[in-house]
Write a protein that binds this ligand. Structure first.
Ligand code: 1GP
Length: 232
């Protein structure tokens, strides 16, 4: 079974976006702890399979963050299943999960499956629009979501999602206070300083979009986070 408890940094690659072989190799061999494959729109079985096969040439752990039942490709080390805790559209709470288990239960290796309590805090993120994410009013409410994930649902991980926007560290701190398990932060990290700041709060920082805009900057976030580990 995969052990993500020590992961400090992960790259999130979107199957719907292009990355050439050289940059894929540099990211996979960068010292990051994992590659998470995931996206909101345009994720298909074929583009997920193609990306997985390319990542599999490297030793780095590869995880699929499942966003579409049509694009669940076997062969990843683990599957992260988001439960969007502030989804305003109830269809997104558990319906796709029940459909997936109903259809595929015979093929599921449960030891590879991890549920993520997912809190979307950027209302402009694609995932927020897709799920009609409810606004969260203040850090105290964010902490309450984290407590619900930890205490009521006993989820193994909590993902603070600001996708496309750098988040407010006070809000991330509130989530960390409320959640005793593994906390991931993702959203708008573009510089080593931002990576370090969020890595000072979250267990794992996830770096996505900047890979496609400025891959050199994306690579620099690995060293920033890993350097912190060496100093402590
Ligand atoms: C997206 O949390 C990840 O799901 C990373 O966010 O793409 O903004 O880096 P960015």
């Amino acid at each position: 079974m995969i052990d993500f408890s020590g992961w400090r940094h992960a790259f999130k690659l979107d199957p719907d976006k292009q990355i050439d072989d050289e940059w894929l190799e540099r990211l996979c061999e960068s010292g990051t702890d994992a590659i998470i494959v995931g996206g909101t729109f345009g994720v298909t079985y074929d583009n997920t399979l193609e990306l997985m096969a390319r990542i599999r040439r490297f030793a780095v752990p590869a995880v699929l963050e499942v966003s579409s039942l049509d694009a669940v490709v076997p062969g990843f080390d683990a599957y992260f299943i988001p439960l969007v805790l502030n989804a305003g559209d109830p269809e997104w709470l558990l319906k796709p999960h029940v459909t997936g288990v109903h259809e595929y239960s015979a093929y599921i290796h449960w030891e590879e499956i991890f549920a993520e309590g997912y809190l979307i805090l950027n209302p402009d993120a694609a995932a927020a629009r897709l799920t009609s994410a409810r606004p969260v009013s203040d850090p105290d409410e964010a902490r309450a979501y984290a407590q619900v994930a930890a205490k009521l649902c006993r989820l193994p991980m909590f993902y603070v999602e600001y996708s496309g926007k750098y988040g407010d560290p006070q809000w991330v701190k509130a989530c960390k206070e409320g959640f005793e398990g593994h906390l991931l932060y993702g959203g708008g990290i573009r510089t080593p300083e931002q990576a370090r700041e969020m890595a000072g709060i979250a267990d794992t920082v996830v770096v996505g979009n900047v890979i496609y805009d400025d891959p050199h900057a994306a690579l620099a976030t690995v060293e920033a986070v890993k350097g912190m580990a060496e100093q402590t």
